[in-house]
Design a protein around this ligand. Structure first.
Ligand code: SF4
Length: 324
């Protein structure tokens, strides 16, 4: 059995806000093997991004607090690392691609100077070496005329091109682990497909592991090996892509799958999940999905269901599994 490159164990993240206490991630456990692409799926506010940012230790503390758990990257708990050790880890091993490159790239510096700076700081390259590597990276991610575009600023690129620049920046220090947080959400559908293909080819080329965060199950359908489904701070289902798509077990996952168009079914209309995501400042007791669940029973409003292995490697947290 290969060693997991990343292991998250019982992670709980809270935010102490003026309006009250919000538990954004509640007891999440998962592991990712070397070379694996893992899709983390769920509606906005389900805790996907907070989970990913916790791996990078990018949670603002305060108001945030990693209240419980461990995040082991290559066997070492990142929560025990010093700020300097974390900077090194972020620069050299783990990289993140954000949904909106405008918020991650500095608008007052050319994209070339930002990538060159990262290369010089993290890999100790001299100016000439860093410039050459920067041009090479821009070429790899498909930026035309990289020798010229190295002097451009982020606002001079289209949305798709900005995301390519962001990817070049992320790859600049040869990371072994990439976190892509909704990297295609802000893009046109045609550009989304191109960026997805680019990320897939980069993963293969650079032998990286990937966490792909999205609210769109369709996006992970062809890109990921394994999938975790989050709802209102909890991981509710975990399994291989084939199991999640062919034999979903959690009512929320089934609802998500029924609400996306599929070519392998003859359905005339899509079936939405009724109701709204709960208010995370005042979440319901028990299973947080129970106000929206067609199968809810008395116990669902009282007790939080625990993850149960339904089939080898396929887990789901639902009281229905205790009935069988
Ligand atoms: Fe529905 Fe109950 Fe299962 Fe929650 S635990 S998903 S409410 S059946």
């Amino acid at each position: 059995m290969p060693e997991p490159v990343l292991e998250i164990e019982d992670l709980t993240v809270r935010f102490h806000l003026k309006r009250g206490e919000l538990t954004a991630v509640d007891g999440v456990s998962l592991s990712i093997q070397k070379g694996e692409t893992f899709g983390l799926v769920g509606e906005s506010g389900s805790g996907k991004t907070v989970t990913a940012r916790s791996i990078m230790r990018l949670i603002p503390i305060p108001p945030g607090e990693i209240a419980n758990g461990a995040i082991r990257f290559e066997g070492e708990n990142v929560l025990d690392k010093t700020d300097a050790e974390m900077r090194e880890l972020r620069g050299q091993k783990i990289a993140m691609v954000f949904q909106e490159p405008m918020s991650a790239l500095n608008p007052v510096f050319s994209i070339g100077s930002q990538i060159i700076d990262a290369l010089r700081t993290n890999l100790g390259m001299n100016k000439q070496e860093a410039r050459e590597r920067c041009i090479e990276l821009l070429q790899i991610v498909g930026i035309p005329s990289p020798e010229r575009r190295i002097k451009s600023y982020v606002h001079e690129f289209s949305g798709g091109m900005r995301q390519r620049v962001m990817l070049a920046m992320a790859l600049s220090c040869d990371p072994t682990f990439l976190i892509a947080d909704e990297p295609t959400t802000a893009l046109d559908v045609t550009i989304q497909a191109t960026i997805l293909e680019l990320i897939e080819s980069m993963i293969e080329r650079f032998h990286m592991s990937l966490i792909f965060i999205t609210h769109n199950l369709g996006v992970v359908a062809h890109a990921c090996d394994n999938i975790g489904v989050m709802y209102a701070s909890h991981l509710v289902e975990l399994g291989t892509k084939n199991e999640i798509f062919r034999d979903p077990q959690h009512p929320y996952t089934i609802g998500l799958l029924n609400s996306i168009p599929r070519l392998d079914t003859q359905k005339e209309f899509l079936t939405p999940i009724e109701g709204l995501v709960c208010n995370m400042l005042e979440p319901p007791a028990g299973c947080k999905f129970h106000p929206r669940c067609d199968h809810a029973m008395d116990i669902c409003g009282r007790e939080i269901p625990q993850m149960k292995e339904i089939a080898p490697g396929h887990f789901s947290a639902c009281h229905l599994h205790e009935q069988t």
